[in-house]
Design a protein around this ligand. Structure first.
Ligand SMILES: *[C@@H]1O[C@H](CO)[C@@H](O)[C@H](O)[C@H]1NC(C)=O
Ligand SMILES: *[C@@H]1O[C@H](CO)[C@@H](O)[C@H](O)[C@H]1NC(C)=O
Ligand SMILES: *[C@@H]1O[C@H](CO)[C@@H](O)[C@H](O)[C@H]1NC(C)=O
Ligand SMILES: *[C@@H]1O[C@H](CO)[C@@H](O)[C@H](O)[C@H]1NC(C)=O
Ligand SMILES: *[C@@H]1O[C@H](CO)[C@@H](O)[C@H](O)[C@H]1NC(C)=O
Ligand SMILES: *[C@@H]1O[C@H](CO)[C@@H](O)[C@H](O)[C@H]1NC(C)=O
Ligand SMILES: *[C@@H]1O[C@H](CO)[C@@H](O)[C@H](O)[C@H]1NC(C)=O
Ligand SMILES: *[C@@H]1O[C@H](CO)[C@@H](O)[C@H](O)[C@H]1NC(C)=O
Ligand SMILES: *[C@H]1O[C@H](CO)[C@@H](O)[C@H](O)[C@H]1NC(C)=O
Length: 688
């Protein structure tokens, strides 16, 4: 080892040592973990100790008859026992008073709506306040989509000098309140509520909004864009959770770049180490390699929010790509709810170097009406500044709801729980008398197994390998010539490759047969990737049209709940489609008992919601609404984690270009039951 490399080695060792010593980034002054209803202290899976409160340290001023402890009657194995098993059931107004230092705090409320001592939490309605902020009003914990299991609501509330943090639960008349656990963690006072002026995104533009510590926040979304989920213990000391962004991304054809994890992150006084964990900055989502395509497209995320509240949108950026070494290489515009939020954003230029994280805050006001329930973020390359690459990227995102002028953060319950509205929400399903919004879909999908399956099933896929996306990225930064269509979206396979993958269509590789041909499992990339190969029967005239439809439709679609088309082959008169392999096969196999394994109700519900999300994506893409026309259980495939993927687009039609023309002919396939299909093809807005 020569002296220079020894020095480099020592410096990097020092760097590793220093960064692990300050890995937490922030040391909380207050951490209170209260496992409500528990009789003894407990430890959760993340290694934290939860305090039981049998002697009412925090709640001694309440009437002892106001509450009682109870364990959930049944607990789903996917729900953590600590702190979700036990709950405090509250009969009348009940206050916890937490002694904390002054300053902003994260207040996290843990809920698991189940049956407690014979009382079904689905029937509970209650309100929650924290000091003078109204957090929840006549809230039903079962009405949120996350009520499929347990969930956590996170708030930011500032406690003033000499105050306690009082959290009060008030049951609605003739009802109960409940709470499974309460977590309080302090945060740096300048993290979110800096008292600074933040650009207000408005049609007129130019106005500023002062966000200070008199306002309380509710966390709506916190995403590690293009990266993996970051668990609370891997946060910077504040126990925030960062989720993946796939479910909110509109066209997921954009590239994910990750494993830039060797690059050092240079934190600054403006973006100190506690702002976000390193993983947020080392992963990102970036547009395609094709400048022509990028110039015509937006990279878009859509979020469901409550109308009539202001929102704080924080975008995290960090330039780490090797090819970006100066300003004016990637410059883009940011739109929020179709209004320009920032023009000519050049991350390298703003940060001053690569590897320096920055974040940008915006305030958006939402008005009334259905449209206001959506918060839409668009990134679009800026052509006017003539950057070197026409591209845009994002590393992380946080969205908070701000309290209204009256100090309330309480929105309506997400689902109408009464029976008065389903008709309105499902205009195409006049025969539906179901009271719940979820039951019709369950019914439709379960009912789907009565339909006979004509089409083929094809199975699990392995996500395309990391190295593919990285080599692809370096490829597109290396060449700047624009091609007509991105070949990366749909790979061309030669018949020789297909034959190699299936040992010349050997029977042992056969995984399905159908009217249009056979489906084989195939192995490619030196045995590192498994694919599903659908070989259409060349004699089928119908097949030619469906072959083309499927390529045209699917090559442009990427969504967590749609089967991805990897490529095709039309060599030597063959018509072959190549998909991700779905390890668990079709939903139908589970419903009709072909597979000796039955799905839990939770899995069924998640599959229904997944399939609905996939269909919603098809229906919701503004430019080309796609009507599947053949939704049935044999066209819903399951990956190894039982994530539902809608498949088989051979019969799909492009719908109207605007959502206002709702009455296109969407004639469904012959044998299909009109009712089921209409329920599934109805308006899925409420599921988002
Ligand atoms: C947090 O506490 C640890 C141990 O007490 C200390 O080593 C570290 O420097 C502290 N970090 C910050 C950001 O204050
Ligand atoms: C439970 O935890 C609290 C706070 O950590 C502690 O004060 C108390 O002594 C513990 N109780 C038992 C029984 O260990
Ligand atoms: C609690 O309930 C019991 C029995 O119902 C009653 O005797 C008692 O007075 C109540 N205590 C209070 C403080 O209301
Ligand atoms: C609230 O913000 C003001 C101004 O930024 C600051 O002086 C004050 O200390 C903050 N109060 C608390 C309790 O954090
Ligand atoms: C709470 O919501 C339920 C269901 O929507 C409704 O029946 C009840 O009247 C509401 N209660 C109050 C106090 O608003
Ligand atoms: C919190 O509750 C305590 C006692 O229950 C009361 O003395 C105090 O004034 C309350 N503080 C606030 C900010 O409401
Ligand atoms: C990108 O988004 C903006 C704002 O939402 C919109 O005005 C523009 O038409 C979009 N561009 C494309 C190519 O979709
Ligand atoms: C939030 O509520 C507080 C107290 O009611 C109020 O002073 C503040 O202006 C509100 N914030 C916003 C953004 O309206
Ligand atoms: C990225 O690479 C590092 C080593 O360079 C490895 O430890 C880590 O697991 C990789 N991360 C991912 C997401 O593959």
């Amino acid at each position: 080892m020569n002296p220079l490399s020894l020095i480099t080695f020592l410096i990097s060792l020092l760097h590793v040592l220093l960064s692990s010593a300050t890995a937490a980034g922030y040391n909380a002054t207050d951490i209170i973990l209260l496992d409500c209803g528990a009789t003894s202290n407990t430890t959760s899976q993340d290694g934290r100790n939860w305090e039981a409160d049998p002697h009412s340290k925090y709640s001694r001023f309440n009437n002892p008859n106001a509450s009682f402890s109870s364990d959930a009657t049944r607990q789903d194995p996917s729900v953590l026992r600590v702190p979700f098993l036990s709950a405090l059931i509250i009969r009348s107004k009940f206050t916890f008073s937490f002694p904390v230092f002054s300053g902003p705090k994260f207040l996290r409320l843990y809920f698991y709506p189940e049956t407690y001592s014979g009382l079904d939490a689905a029937t509970f309605f209650f309100s929650v306040t924290a000091n003078h902020y109204n957090l929840l009003n006549n809230f039903s914990a079962s009405s949120t989509i996350s009520a499929l299991g347990s969930f956590i609501k996170e708030y930011v509330v500032t406690v003033w000098d000499g105050q306690m943090l009082n959290v009060t639960f008030t049951p609605s008349p003739d009802s109960f309140a409940f709470i499974n656990a309460i977590e309080i963690v302090s945060m740096p006072s300048v993290l979110y509520l800096r008292g600074s002026e933040i650009p207000l995104v408005l049609a007129e533009g130019g106005r500023l909004f002062t966000l200070d510590n008199t306002t309380a926040l509710e966390t709506m979304y916190r995403l590690n864009i293009g990266g993996k989920r970051i668990e609370n213990k891997d946060d910077t000391g504040m126990y925030r959770t960062w989720s993946q962004d796939e479910d909110y991304l509109v066209a997921s054809k954009w590239v994910t770049v990750y494993n830039l994890s060797d690059s050092p992150i240079k934190y600054t006084p403006d973006t100190p180490e506690y702002t976000a964990p390193k993983d947020v900055y080392t992963t990102l989502r970036i547009m395609s390699s094709d400048p022509w395509l990028n110039g015509k497209s937006n990279m878009t995320w859509i979020f469901t929010v409550d109308a009539e509240f202001p929102y704080l949108v924080r975008l995290h950026f960090c330039e780490l790509l090797d090819s970006i070494t100066g300003p004016n290489q990637i410059v883009f515009n940011i739109f929020i709810n179709n209004q320009p939020a920032a023009k000519q954003v050049d991350v390298f230029d703003m940060a001053g170097d690569s590897g320096i994280p920055i974040h940008k805050d915006y305030i958006v006001l939402t008005g009334k009406g259905a449209k206001a329930k959506e918060l839409r973020l668009d990134l679009h390359p800026d052509q006017s500044s003539k950057p070197q690459y026409l591209n845009a990227f994002l590393n992380g995102l946080e969205i908070f709801k701000l309290n209204g002028t009256a100090g309330s953060l309480a929105g309506p319950n997400s689902y109408p729980v009464s029976s008065s509205q389903p008709r309105e929400l499902l205009p195409e399903s006049p025969k539906s008398h179901e009271k719940s919004m979820i039951l019709p879909i369950v019914g439709a999908i379960l009912g789907g197994f009565a339909l006979f399956s004509l089409l083929l099933s094809f199975f699990i896929l392995q996500r395309r390998k990391l190295k593919d996306s990285l080599s692809f990225t370096s490829k597109f930064f290396a060449t700047r010539t624009s091609s007509s269509l991105p070949s990366d979206l749909c790979r061309y396979f030669s018949i020789a490759e297909i034959k190699a993958a299936t040992q010349d269509f050997e029977d042992t590789f056969l995984i399905g047969r159908g009217g249009f041909g056979n489906v084989y499992k195939g192995i490619i990339n030196d045995g590192t990737a498994t694919i599903a190969i659908k070989r259409l029967n060349p004699s089928s005239r119908q097949g030619v049209r469906e072959f083309c439809t499927e390529i045209a439709m699917l090559s442009n679609l990427r969504h967590r709940h749609l089967v991805s088309l990897i490529g095709y082959c039309d060599d030597h008169g063959e018509m072959i489609l190549v998909y991700d392999y779905m390890a668990r096969g079709t939903l139908r196999d589970y419903l009709d008992g072909t597979k000796n394994l039955s799905l839990s109700w939770k899995q069924r519900l998640e599959i229904c919601i997944g399939a609905a999300r996939g269909l919603h994506y098809l229906h919701g893409e503004a430019k080309h609404v796609i009507i599947h026309r053949d939704v049935k259980s044999s066209n819903i495939l399951l990956d190894e984690n039982f994530i539902a993927k809608v498949s088989d687009f051979g019969l799909s039609k492009l719908g109207p270009t605007t959502t206002s023309e709702t009455h296109v002919s969407t004639m469904v396939k012959a044998e299909a039951s009109q009712d089921n299909l209409q329920v599934l093809h109805g308006n899925f807005d409420y599921l988002r």
